[in-house]
Design a protein around this ligand. Structure first.
Ligand SMILES: Nc1ncnc2c1ncn2[C@@H]1O[C@H](COP(=O)(O)OP(=O)(O)OP(=O)(O)O)[C@@H](O)[C@H]1O
Length: 622
C-alpha cells in the first residue's frame, strides 16, 4: 500500500482523488485574494504603471513642440525661445517616468512575493488534508510542478506582467486621446493598424471555444505537465532500465509524453502563425499607411508648414505603436498562462479534504481497542470491492496479526483505522468511538503507522525522529534512537544525530531507515500501533535489531500487524486470515494450524521455504 512520511498522515472518504470542475473566476482578482493586506500594493503598482504610461507619451509631445518651435522660426533658430524649455521638460518627463516605473515594480514585487508564498502555503496545507488515494494516482513530479510552477508563474505575472499589462492597456487609451489632438484624419489612420492588431490578438488568444488559442494553451500546458511527470518517472526508473538493458523507448509513457508535447507545441505554433503574421504586419505598418495619406492630404492642405508640423507629430507617434502593441500582446499571453496556472492549482484545492467532525459532536476514544463492524470498501473507480463485510475486534493491549495471500485486503483494512480511507459500509471504532467522529488530531495522536519503507525527510536524524513528537527534548530523542537500536547508525557519522539524511556521503540502508522510522514511532508513543510489513526490507543483521526496536515500540500497546513472514505473527494473541476482502479464518496460531485450512497451508509452505538453501550452481533445494 502507499507509504507515507512520518508515522501518520490522515486521508479519507470516497470523493478522494475526485477533482471538482474549475470554476470560471477572474484570474487576476483570484490571485490578488492571496495577497492579504499587500493587495493594496498590487493596486498601487498598477496605478503607478498607468501614470508611467501617461508619462511615456509626454517626452514625445515635448519633442514635437521643440520641432514645431524650430520649424516655425526657420531659419532664425535663435528666436525659438521655448524650444529649450520643451527639451528640458522632455528629459524631466523621461526621468520621472523611470522613477514612477521603478516605484510600480517595487510595489508589485512586494505584493507578488506575498501572493506566491501564500499560494504555496495554501496548497501545501491543503495537500496535508487530502486523502492518501490522491497520491497514488498523481505523481510527485506532477504535484511539485503544480505547487512550485503555479506559484512561480503567478509571481512573475504580478511582479512584472500585471503592471505592464495595466500600463499597456492604458497606453492605447492615452494614444486615442492624443491622436485626435492635431488632425483627426491622421489620428484615425494611426489607429487603424492598432485596431487590426487587436483583432489579430483576439483571434490568437481571446477566443474561448474549442478552436481558440485559450484552448490550445490549456492543451499545451497539460502536455508540458505530462512530459514533466513522465520525465520524473523515467529518471526514477533509470536503475531498472540499466539492469534490464532497455532503451529509452521501453519507457513508453515518457516517449509518448515527449511526442505528445512536440505535437501540441507544433499545433499551437501552427495555430498562432497566421494571426501573428497579421498582427506583426499591422503594428509595423502605421508608417506605411501614414506616408501615402500624408502626401495626399499635403496636396490639399491650406497651410503647408502647419500641416507638415502636424504630420511630424504623427510620424513620431506611430513609431511608438510597435512597442506598445508588443507589450499588450505579451501581457495578455501572460494572463492566459496565469489563468491556466490557477486552474491547475484549483485541481488540488478542490480535492475534498478529510471530513472533520464538529467539535460539539466529537467523540473521544475511551481506551485503545480497535473494532471493525460489517465494513465494506471499494477503491474509487474499482469494480471489485477491496473489503467485503469485514468484522473483527482487537482488544486494548492485544497484538493481532493480519495474514493472507497478496492482494487479499490486509493493507486496505489497516488503512481504515487512521482514516487513510473511510469505509463505504459498516463502522470502524477506536476506543469505542467511530473514527469519523474523533477529531483528526486526536485520532492521529492515538495511532502510529509504520510502513514497510518509511520515507525520511532531508533533515537531520534528530529532526526525523522529532517529527513523531515535535515538542520532545533532545534527551527524549536520543532515548528513542537508543530504544530503536540506532546507536550504531549515529556512531558511524561524524555529525551523529545532526547528520543530514540525503547529504553527500550519507547513505542509510533500508533496514537503517526503518530503525530511524521506528525511533520516530517510539517517540510518538501512541497507544495503538499499526505495522504494515515493517520488517519486509530488512537483511538478517538488521532484522534482529528491528525486532528489538519493534518489541520496545509495541510494549503495552494495541498492535495490528501485517506480516508475510509467519514466524513474526506466531505469537500474536489472535490471527485473522484475510482473503479476497473477507476474514476467512481466525484464531491463535495453534488453533489455525489445527484447523488445516488456508493458514495451515501457508504455515506449511512457509516452513518448507525456510528450510530451502542455495546449493552450488545456484539451484534451490529443499
Ligand atoms: N490505491 C488503490 N487503488 C485501487 N485499488 C487498490 C489500491 N490499493 C490496493 N488496491 C487493490 O485492493 C486490493 C487489496 O489490496 P491490499 O494492498 O489491501 O492487499 P494486501 O493484502 O495488503 O496485499 P499485499 O500483501 O500484497 O500487500 C487489491 O486488489 C489491490 O489491487
Amino acid at each position: 500500500m502507499t507509504r507515507e512520511d512520518g508515522t501518520l498522515t490522515a486521508g479519507v472518504g470516497k470523493d478522494v482523488g475526485k477533482e471538482g470542475p474549475a470554476k470560471k473566476k477572474n484570474a487576476i482578482l483570484e490571485l490578488l485574494g492571496f495577497a492579504g493586506k499587500r493587495r493594496v500594493l498590487a493596486y498601487a503598482g498598477c496605478g503607478l504603471s498607468v501614470l508611467n504610461a501617461a508619462l511615456a507619451v509626454m517626452p514625445l509631445v515635448c519633442v514635437w513642440f521643440v520641432v514645431r518651435d524650430l520649424v516655425l522660426v526657420y531659419p532664425n533658430w535663435s528666436e525659438a525661445s521655448s524650444a529649450a524649455m520643451w527639451a528640458v521638460l522632455a528629459v524631466a518627463f523621461a526621468v520621472l517616468g523611470i522613477i514612477v516605473y521603478f516605484g510600480a515594480l517595487m510595489a508589485s514585487h512586494l505584493a507578488a512575493f506575498r501572493i506566491a508564498a501564500n499560494m504555496r502555503k495554501a496548497m501545501v496545507r491543503h495537500v496535508a488534508r487530502i486523502p492518501m488515494g490522491y497520491f497514488s494516482v498523481h505523481s510527485s513530479g506532477e504535484m511539485r510542478r503544480v505547487i512550485d510552477g503555479c506559484a512561480g508563474q503567478t509571481e512573475d505575472l504580478i511582479a512584472h506582467k500585471l503592471p505592464d499589462f495595466v500600463g499597456s492597456f492604458a497606453t492605447p487609451v492615452i494614444f486615442f486621446v492624443v491622436a485626435f489632438l492635431f488632425d483627426w484624419r491622421m489620428g484615425l489612420l494611426c489607429l487603424v493598424p492598432i485596431a487590426v492588431s487587436f483583432a489579430a490578438m483576439w483571434w490568437m488568444m481571446g477566443r474561448e471555444d474549442a478552436k481558440g488559442g485559450r484552448h490550445f494553451m490549456e492543451l499545451y500546458q497539460a502536455a508540458l505537465m505530462r512530459m514533466s511527470a513522465a520525465a520524473t518517472e523515467y529518471v526514477r526508473g533509470i536503475p531498472v532500465v540499466k539492469v534490464f538493458q532497455q532503451t529509452v523507448f521501453s519507457f513508453k509513457a515518457f516517449h509518448e509524453a515527449v511526442i505528445d508535447y512536440r505535437d501540441m507545441a507544433t499545433n499551437y505554433t501552427e495555430y498562432c502563425r497566421r494571426p501573428q503574421v497579421v498582427q506583426l504586419v499591422a503594428i509595423n505598418s502605421t508608417f506605411a499607411v501614414l506616408v501615402p495619406a500624408g502626401i495626399a492630404l499635403a496636396a490639399v492642405a491650406p497651410d503647408f508648414p502647419a500641416f507638415l508640423i502636424d504630420f511630424l507629430f504623427y510620424a513620431f507617434f506611430s513609431a511608438m505603436t510597435t512597442t506598445m502593441m508588443s507589450k499588450v500582446m505579451y501581457s495578455s499571453e501572460a494572463v492566459m498562462i496565469a489563468e491556466d496556472a490557477l486552474r491547475r492549482m484549483n485541481t488540488i484545492m478542490e480535492v475534498a479534504p478529510i471530513d472533520e467532525v464538529e467539535p460539539a459532536e466529537a467523540l473521544h476514544p475511551k481506551e485503545a481497542s480497535i473494532e471493525l463492524a460489517g465494513v465494506s470498501f471499494s477503491y474509487p473507480g474499482s469494480r471489485e470491492p477491496a473489503l467485503c463485510n469485514v468484522s473483527l475486534s482487537v482488544p486494548a493491549g492485544a497484538t493481532v496479526a493480519l495474514v493472507g495471500p497478496s492482494g487479499g485486503g490486509k493493507s486496505t483494512l489497516a488503512s481504515l483505522v487512521p482514516r487513510f480511507w473511510d469505509a463505504d459500509e459498516g463502522v470502524v471504532l477506536v476506543g469505542g468511538a467511530d473514527v469519523r467522529c474523533i477529531p483528526v488530531e486526536e485520532l492521529m495522536g492515538a495511532v502510529s503507522f509504520v510502513f514497510q519503507d518509511d520515507r525520511l525527510f532531508k533533515r537531520s536524524l534528530a529532526d526525523n525522529v522529532r517529527a513523531g513528537r515535535p515538542d520532545a527534548s533532545d534527551a527524549e530523542v536520543l532515548a528513542a534512537l537508543n530504544a530503536a537500536q540506532c546507536d550504531d547508525i549515529i556512531a558511524k557519522f561524524p555529525d551523529g544525530v545532526n547528520t543530514v539524511v540525503g547529504k553527500a556521503g550519507v547513505y542509510l540502508s533500508g533496514g537503517e531507515r526503518q530503525r530511524i522510522a521506528l525511533a520516530r514511532a517510539i517517540l510518538k508513543d501512541a497507544p495503538i500501533v499499526v505495522l504494515d510489513e515493517a520488517t519486509a526490507f530488512a537483511d538478517p543483521e538488521n532484522e534482529a535489531l528491528i525486532q528489538a526496536a519493534l518489541a520496545t515500540l509495541c510494549e503495552d500497546k494495541t498492535v495490528l500487524m501485517i506480516a508475510h513472514r509467519l514466524s513474526t505473527v506466531a505469537n500474536a494473541d489472535r490471527i485473522f486470515v484475510i482473503d479476497r476482502g473477507s476474514v476467512v479464518e481466525q484464531g491463535t496460531h495453534e488453533e489455525l494450524v489445527a484447523q488445516g485450512g488456508l493458514y495451515a497451508r501457508m504455515w506449511r509452505d512457509y516452513r518448507t521455504s525456510a528450510m530451502w538453501r542455495i546449493e552450488g550452481g545456484g539451484s534451490r533445494v529443499a
